[in-house]
Design a protein around this ligand. Structure first.
Ligand code: GAP
Length: 462
């Protein structure tokens, strides 16, 4: 099944309307992707479920929707202009451009060199320890450092204006708004600010479909605490992040926790733990949780000259809060949800011949459509419209009238629709429809009047 899993998922995504190459008719623009009818709905469902679980279901979390462009001073103060860097090397033989830290990761996996660090890279390359992953030769340039912030200009004449940055993370908006939000919402510590939106990074080695792109969507929150509470809060959020995997329908058996080594830590972090996913291209970061101390608020206080302190109403103590930051790539989640859901099953067709059924076994609430309404023949379209009127506002419903019913079931399996509702010859007589379950393929007759409750119950049971 895992043979060519990535190729199968990428091809299904284009064929069925989940994800297309960006600017496709002009030959694309490298590493940009557009989310089609099913992909945009899947992405929205994941985002909505995330917002519900981490924000609206809780008393200690509030939201923020901030602008992508911020005063460049923000990115100087946050340390991103100076330190948001990756090192790269070029293979002189095959011209492949490779991130130095990825070479090291691969070396750790393949060459089993203990205690390897970025600083050792040149030494290891010289000693012929690390082969190019593309051509196998060992002839690299020296490592060079690149800043990942994406620059643009405000105003019509670029050369007259100071460059501004597209945000490299959403987090900074939550730090610079800390006082506005704390005072207007009257939240007491501990509390969190959550935000979802686009981020941009001039990645050296984007790729693997929507895994690493230059433009992507992030869901993250800053959870403000007293310094003394950081360890227990960190552990608490790791457990909540694990619960989220099940809600999203990400196969937790394919995940592992990995703590960053000292040389991997971001410039702002004292401790970072990644949740990694076993992708067809190796173990890769899915999500992260970082203890950012009060690095960001302190720097913004110093550079903006605006007070970022919190007054503890119980102790009257004033201090700059510390922060735990769980962060989730939304577009990366879409990929891991697809990789987790993709299933091939050998089944018998109507004539008893073996056939392969492709099913996207999404978590039923996350699936782009929860229900497909299928009139068996033209004569049932009117009745099917009535069913759509009854349940279409409660569930996302597809409406498919073309092809044999068997073909329509397969089409819905392939896009992960949990329930197919067929309106047939008997519906007019008995007021019932056939409901077919995506995973078990079992079929049940349900009264149209009970359909909404029945599906709602099934989705809740999931
Ligand atoms: N505010 C913290 C932060 O941005 P990060 O580990 O650099 O941390 C957060 O990124 C998450 O964003 C990652 O765990 C990953 O899910 C996702 N991510 C990072 N770079 C990405 C890229 N180039 N394309 C898609 N997703 C990316």
């Amino acid at each position: 099944m895992s043979d060519n899993l990535m190729e199968k998922v990428v091809s299904l995504c284009k064929r069925k309307g989940f994800v297309y190459p960006g600017s496709d008719i002009y030959g694309g623009l490298a590493n940009t992707w557009d989310y089609g009818p099913l992909g945009s709905q899947l992405k929205k469902n994941i985002q909505d479920a995330w917002w519900k679980f981490f924000v609206t279901d809780r008393k200690d979390m509030v939201g923020l929707d901030a602008s992508i462009l911020m005063n460049p001073k923000v990115w100087h103060a946050s340390g991103h202009v100076a330190s948001f860097n990756d090192a790269l090397v070029d293979c002189k033989e095959c011209k492949a451009r490779i991130r130095a830290d990825h070479l090291i990761e691969d070396a750790l996996d393949d060459v089993k060199v203990e205690g390897l660090e970025l600083a050792d890279l040149d030494k290891l390359i010289e000693n012929n320890k690390i082969p190019c992953p593309h051509c196998g030769k060992n002839n690299f340039t020296e490592a060079r450092v690149f800043n990942l912030l994406f620059q643009t200009h405000i105003g019509p004449v670029a050369k007259d204006s100071e460059p501004v940055f597209l945000r490299g993370e959403v987090a900074q908006a939550m730090f610079v708004n800390f006082k506005n939000i704390q005072e207007s919402s009257r939240k007491k510590l501990p509390f969190g600010i959550a935000s979802v939106g686009k981020a941009f990074r001039n990645e050296i080695t984007p790729g693997n479909f929507i895994f690493r792109t230059i433009e992507f969507d992030l869901m993250e929150f800053e959870y403000f605490i007293k310094e003394s509470e950081w360890e227990k809060t960190f552990d608490y959020w790791i457990e909540e992040m694990k619960k989220w995997l099940d809600i999203a329908g990400i196969d937790s058996k394919k995940t592992r926790i990995r703590e960053h080594t000292a040389d991997e830590l971001s410039h702002y972090s004292k401790k970072t733990v990644d949740i990694e996913f076993d992708t067809p291209f190796g173990w890769k970061e899915l999500y992260g949780c970082a203890y950012r101390t009060n690095f960001d608020l302190s720097n913004h206080q110093e550079k903006s000259k605006k007070n970022m302190e919190y007054l503890d109403p119980e102790t009257n103590e004033k201090f700059i809060p510390h922060v735990i930051e769980p962060t989730f790539g939304l577009t990366r989640s879409v990929l891991m949800v697809l990789l987790s859901a993709y299933t091939e099953e050998v089944v018998k067709d109507a004539d008893g011949n073996e056939d392969t059924r492709i099913v996207l076994k999404f978590n039923k609430k996350i699936a782009p459509f929860q229900v497909a309404i299928l009139p068996l023949q033209k004569q049932q379209i009117e009745k099917a419209d009535e069913v759509f009127e009854k349940i279409g506002k409660k569930f996302n419903c597809d409406f498919d009238t073309t092809g044999t019913i068997g073909k329509r079931y397969r089409r819905q399996d392939e896009i992960g629709t949990p329930y197919c509702v067929t309106i047939d010859f008997d519906t007019e007589e008995d007021g019932s429809v056939t409901v077919r379950d995506r995973d078990t393929m079992e079929q049940k007759r349900i009264k149209i009047d009970e359909l909404e409750n029945y599906i709602a119950e099934q989705l809740e049971l999931d």
